[in-house]
Design a protein. Structure first.
Length: 279
């Protein structure tokens, strides 16, 4: 054996030794990677059938009768999951269909199961928030939306979706002042977002509506207290005076919201004009 042959054999030994060491210390697959690999294998085996069910679902999503066809969506999802038990999209669609079809408990259980496989996944946490929102458990919904907001960069779609969900949940909880403040803060980052603006305006209108209800209740109480002692004409005058007092109180409350930066000058003036017309 020549000198060059010896050098070649030595290099080959070193390469084989290095490759053997790398193989020995090769990082084992995570549970998520194993699941995704298994799902990919199943899709390659059954992609024709899976695609057929996916196409059927897409047609259902495009129709106006989609809300009436949740069971058809669940049927498609169950057939896909039979072929590919870890098909992520099918599980998401099935959970969504169950939550919209008045089945929050199985939807929550299924979503919790996915969160064990994909912990801290913002899409799944938003989905949990939506399930609780549709089941009118707005406090629990806010917890999941907050989790997404705290961990997800604000530029990502899931972060904005969580903020929209939290704003709507605050409104549905009757926490109107908080909803206005939250939407104002987020509109600095997501300028002109229609859903956040809509929540803010609805909250302002609700505050005004509640103020008017309080005003009417006070007027009726005052009228009932004064009626035995005063003529009808004086009672009418008293009602007007009570209104004059209550409306400035409402304007004052909106002025405080403006001072706190919770509403703009334009929004304050709009609310003020609506109240002034009632005097």
């Amino acid at each position: 054996m020549g000198f060059l042959d010896k050098i070649s054999d030595k290099i080959t030994e070193q390469i084989e030794e290095r490759l053997g060491t790398e193989k020995q210390y090769e990082r084992p697959m995570t549970q998520t990677e194993r699941i995704e690999s298994y799902s990919k294998e199943n899709y390659e085996k059954h992609h024709v059938e899976i695609d057929k069910h996916n196409q059927r679902m897409e047609q259902i999503f495009k129709t106006d009768s989609y809300p009436e066809r949740f069971n058809d969506v669940l049927d498609c999802c169950s057939k896909i999951i039979e072929l590919d038990p870890y098909n992520f999209d099918a599980k998401i669609n099935a959970i969504t269909a169950m939550s919209r079809n008045g089945k929050p408990e199985p939807a929550i259980d299924a979503c919790k199961g996915l969160l064990k496989l994909y912990p801290n996944n913002p899409m799944l946490e938003n989905l949990m928030g939506e399930i609780y929102w549709y089941s009118e458990d707005y406090g629990s919904a806010i917890l999941f939306f907050n989790s997404v907001i705290q961990r997800t960069p604000c530029a990502e779609y899931q972060a904005l979706k969580a903020k929209q969900g939290k704003g709507k949940s605050l409104y549905m909880c009757g926490r109107y002042d908080e909803a206005i403040e939250f939407c104002n803060d987020q509109l600095l980052l997501h300028e002109n977002d229609e859903e956040l603006i809509d929540v803010k305006m609805k909250s302002l209108e609700k505050i005004q509506e509640l103020n008017e209800q309080t005003q009417k209740a006070n007027e009726q109480t005052q009228k009932a207290n004064d009626a035995p002692d005063q003529p009808t004409s004086d009672s009418s005058q008293n009602q007007n005076n009570t209104s004059d007092v209550s409306i400035p109180d409402q304007i004052s409350k909106f002025a405080k919201l403006k001072e706190q930066g919770l509403i703009s000058d334009e929004e304050f003036n709009e609310m003020k004009q609506k109240l002034m017309k009632k005097i």
